[in-house]
Design a protein around this ligand. Structure first.
Ligand code: 5HY
Length: 245
């Protein structure tokens, strides 16, 4: 299958980290293409960044009609519903995927994300996905997203310290890493803490492969029905869909 991973921020080095994490778990025969838009925020931290990352992300998807599925590689599941409306093939968000995996392994999980500004949107997703009774807490380790790209930063130590607090204070039985930029840290942190530490990029790749293998596609019976053709004006004229999709 051809699986497109879209990092909605515009930081190419993070897209490379995401692509490597995806290829490390992809099945034989899964071709991974990891891309990011060239328009939008360098990182997504909160609601304002999120909304400006969506047009570029959707354009990258629309430019790849032959893809068998898409993964949105931002833990906020940026623009997930819009993407599922636009595309016929499955679209998997790394946040939702990681939470599903965590509930298969533990009665309670904690999400460890980057900055406090990201927490409310993630708490909203926890409720939206129906995991409020399984998610003990959404914590921020106060590491800015782009600091994860800096090999000299103590980002990993600060994430690990927050995991230790989650184990002691939340009685977390599993940890969900709350940023795509943490994808390369999951295995080491899991070994260090002796519990499942889940990376959403890997989780989303395996779920996208499963949906494709089962021949399943997004339902167009309701909320994810294709956008109706209509005029889009001004700077976003190209975003409108025509009668031929
Ligand atoms: C992410 N931001 O996964 C989110 C994490 C966050 O640019 N990639 C980003 O902090 O919301």
């Amino acid at each position: 299958m051809h699986l497109t991973i879209v990092n909605p921020n515009t930081t190419a080095s993070m897209t490379r980290t995401i692509g490597e994490a995806a290829r490390a778990v992809a099945a034989a025969g899964t071709v991974i293409e990891a891309v990011n838009p060239d328009s939008g925020p360098a990182s997504i931290e909160g609601y304002y960044d999120e909304v400006w990352s969506i047009p570029g992300m959707l354009e990258e998807m629309r430019a790849r009609p032959a893809s068998d599925a898409f993964v949105i590689a931002c833990f906020d599941d940026t623009g997930l519903d819009a993407a599922r409306s636009l595309m016929a093939v499955p679209v998997v968000g790394i946040g939702e995927a990681a939470m599903h995996m965590a509930t298969l392994l533990a009665t309670k999980f904690t999400v460890v994300t980057t900055l406090a500004v990201s927490v409310p949107a993630l708490e909203h997703n926890v409720h939206k996905y129906g995991f409020a009774h399984r998610c003990a807490r959404v914590r921020a380790c106060e590491v800015p997203v782009l600091e994860l790209e800096d090999p000299t930063s103590d980002a990993r130590a600060r994430i690990s310290a927050e995991i230790a607090r989650a184990k002691n204070e939340d009685r977390a039985e599993a940890i969900v890493l709350g940023c795509a930029g943490m994808a390369d840290l999951a295995a080491a942190l899991s070994a260090e803490h002796g519990m499942p530490v889940i990376d959403g990029v890997a989780a989303a790749v395996k779920l996208a492969e499963s949906l494709h293998a089962l021949g399943l596609k997004t339902s167009k019976a309701g909320g994810y029905a294709p956008p109706r053709p209509k005029a889009y004006r001004g700077r976003f004229a190209s975003a409108g869909v025509s009668t031929d999709g």
